[in-house]
Design a protein around this ligand. Sequence first.
Ligand code: UT7
Length: 331
Amino acid sequence: MIYRGDPLTGLKILGTGSCVPNHSVTNQMLETVVDTSDDWISSRTGIRSRCIANGDTNLTMAKAAAERAIEAAGIKNSDIEVVLCATITNEYVTPSLSCLLQRELGLNEEVLAFDINAACSGFVYALNTAHSLLQKTSNKYALVVGSEVLSKIMDFTDRNTCVLFGDGSGAVVVKLSRRMPFLFNSGARGDNLVLNCPAIYESNNPFSQNTNEKKAGFLQMDGSEVFRFAVESIKKSIMALLEKAQVSPEEIDHYVLHQANSRIICTAAKRLGAPIERFFMNIEKRGNTSAASIPIALDEMRTSGRLKRGDKLVLSGFGGGLTYGSVYMAW
Ligand code: UT7
């Protein structure tokens, strides 16, 4: 790696892309699977439907989102030098989704490609990692993807979780910029397992006991604990970030929060003292897509004409780990 040396401190998003499955599953459809109701789900979460993979894979969706982001950025696949995918649902332990994407997009062999596991905070962690890597190397363009097929780790007999999550991918192409700000703030609470998903490894190791013990690889969550963690950490993280940026909450044009629950977003808006209209929400038809939710939101905001050059953005993720992280940047 060549150290760049010049003070390019900010990060610019050149293009966005997203891809969600065509198959929309409504709350009414879930009523036929678990003891729930459209009224409970929509009033407690804001979700009315979510897209569920039906033939789509993490890779096919990530590839489509990445291609759209690269096209929107106006660059070629061969220009990409860093690929970071945030995901907890890659089909393989190895190779990473980033390496699979390198193959599918025909990217150069010299590309730096690896995955980031920070659950719903994954995309903002990946964006910050891309920013650091671009600053330390001579690389120009990074592709940052958040992509999940959460339906494959859902227990469709557990109404506490299966009604909340959806599948999809979002991607951005970024490069360093002298004129744009970029600040990041994060935290982890590894002592708290209220949101977890055990890995399934089928072992035939004859040298240790309990080798045949199989755990269901389903996501489990204590929703109200995570809710409390989310509202506390969003405020803490964003206030610390804005203080560092010397910007007040009212000066932010768009808050793009992880789409886990509309009540979390409304509570965050109140606690920050910022108008709710500045908080983008697509949870009604997307559900919670974990690491994919923020880049999907950015793409929907861009393609609907909601973003203007120079707009001040705060992105904020929170979830499994437990982790949280926020970014301050401009469009
Ligand atoms: O993206 C990662 C981060 N995840 C999150 O941020 C999720 C954060 N948590 C939440 O969004 C909310 O806590 C939930 C939506 C998960 C739950 O809402 P809540 O208002 O916190 O409900 P609760 O957990 O207090 O449950 C209330 C009741 C319980 O019944 P009892 O014990 O009071 O009789 C649940 O069994 O609601 C019941 N319940 C349901 N009822 C109908 C739980 N899930 C369902 C369901 N349908 N799907």
